[in-house]
Design a protein around this ligand. Structure first.
Ligand SMILES: Cc1cc2nc3c(=O)[nH]c(=O)nc-3n(C[C@H](O)[C@H](O)[C@H](O)COP(=O)(O)O)c2cc1C
Length: 389
């Protein structure tokens, strides 16, 4: 696999681990993926729920917890670390500023268009900030909007872009109706986005890698999406069933025990559809049951907190700590393929083996109709020895 280059950052494994909230990907998972050569990502959304005073000091608790997790992760790895932040959260500017102050390597901005930057960035200037900015989008049009806006307002454009297709877990950037009726494929969005960004690459004289996510689960998926122009992949679900993932074992077991038919769409109170594993909680809310709750603060800008049937942040955190009766697990389309808990290093090894098997198959196919006997070629020179990281 070719390394993923984002400006002067070089990840020897072209995999960004999807940021997963609430409290699913913290320092444990992020540092393990970074140690394996990929980019490990801490999810910032409602991260303060891991602090005992969240209900009273939510804003401060979020900032404190994020800082703590970044510092903890740094102690566990010298690899590349990122923070995933939803543009839709009320304390977007606070959490973005904390991440930048902590010198995070990569900032992934999704669930909304990141068109505004906090004072910290405007005062300092992009040229004096080492963090790489990566918006997460679900259409080439959204990429154009963000890049044009940044070019005009900041005379600067993001360093890479993550394209998330319709098969992803968590909140989705598609209408539910579109998801159910043949949505545009990840492959197609990747190809269009690569085209869309060419003009910005030229105007700003930099490479802008497109990274693809959503339903990327094995080495074959990685190989195939890279043939469409992706320079890296983003994987969430695959890393949930690892020892290092920060969620409770009960959350991971939901994945292991799930079947294909259990992966379903929900209407999230955030106003977006989400993909999750069916359980009692999901069935009840899908059937119109409400789960009364007290909203301590409106943590999501778009949440109609007085009228929504349940608190999504609370439900996701309950699930993360193993209280599955009071919450549910977000999961991608392929999450049901999980059969066991593995170390991150084992997952990465399997991904590499499957990737190279695919590459080798293509390689053999390329000799069809020629007189060359592929077996006589020095295969090890072409396919580097795969090492367990
Ligand atoms: C359990 C879970 C929680 C997630 N939480 C978030 C989140 O808080 N913010 C976000 O932007 N994306 C979130 N995502 C999306 C992931 O970052 C990633 O883009 C997605 O998992 C990719 O699809 P895959 O699961 O098929 O690999 C979540 C996904 C999962 C599975």
């Amino acid at each position: 696999m070719n390394p993923l280059n984002i400006g002067n950052l070089r990840a020897r494994l072209p995999i960004i681990q999807g940021g997963m909230g609430v409290a699913i990907s913290l320092s444990g998972l992020a540092s393990a993926v970074a140690n394996a050569g990929g980019i490990g990502v801490i999810s910032a959304v409602a991260i303060g729920m891991t602090e005992s005073d969240y209900m009273k000091n939510y804003r401060e608790a979020n900032k404190r917890a994020l800082k703590k997790e970044i510092r903890k992760a740094r102690k566990l790895t010298n690899g590349i670390l990122g923070v995933n932040l939803m543009v839709a959260v009320t304390d977007y500017e606070d959490l973005l500023t904390v991440s930048l102050e902590e010198g995070i390597d990569v900032m992934i901005l999704g669930a909304g268009l990141p068109l505004k930057m906090p004072k910290y960035v405007l005062d300092k200037g992009f040229e004096n900030i080492k963090t790489k900015f990566i918006p997460k989008i679900s259409s080439a049009k959204a990429a154009r909007l963000i890049f044009s806006s940044w070019a005009k307002n900041f005379n600067h454009v993001p360093d890479a872009v993550i394209v998330e297709g319709p098969l992803a877990g968590g909140h989705l950037g598609f209408k539910k109706n579109d998801l159910q009726n043949n949505p545009e494929s990840l492959e197609s969005i990747v190809e269009k986005t690569v085209e869309e960004l060419k003009v910005f690459e030229k105007n700003f004289n930099k490479e802008i890698p497109v990274i693809a996510g959503g339903g990327v689960y094995d080495g074959k998926d990685i190989y195939q999406i890279m043939q469409k122009g992706a320079k890296g992949v983003k994987m969430g679900s695959r890393f949930v069933t690892t020892e290092e993932c920060d969620a409770s074992i009960k959350f991971k077991e939901m994945y292991i025990h799930s079947e294909e038919k259990d992966i379903t769409l929900i209407n999230s109170p955030v106003g977006l559809p989400g993909r999750a594993i069916r359980n009692k909680f999901v069935d009840q809310v899908n059937a119109g049951k409400t789960k009364p709750f007290k909203c301590y603060w409106k943590c999501l800008k778009s949440c109609d907190s007085k009228n929504v049937p349940y608190c999504i942040a609370q439900a996701l955190h309950n699930a993360a700590i193993g209280n599955m009766d009071e919450g549910f697990a977000f999961a991608g389309t392929k999450a049901y393929l999980a059969t066991k808990i593995q170390r991150v290093s084992e997952v990465v090894f399997e991904l590499k083996v499957d990737y190279y098997k695919m590459k080798y198959k293509e390689y053999l196919r390329s000799f069809a109709g020629t007189k060359i006997v592929p077996e006589q070629i020095n295969i090890p020179a072409i396919f580097p020895k795969i090492q367990l990281v």
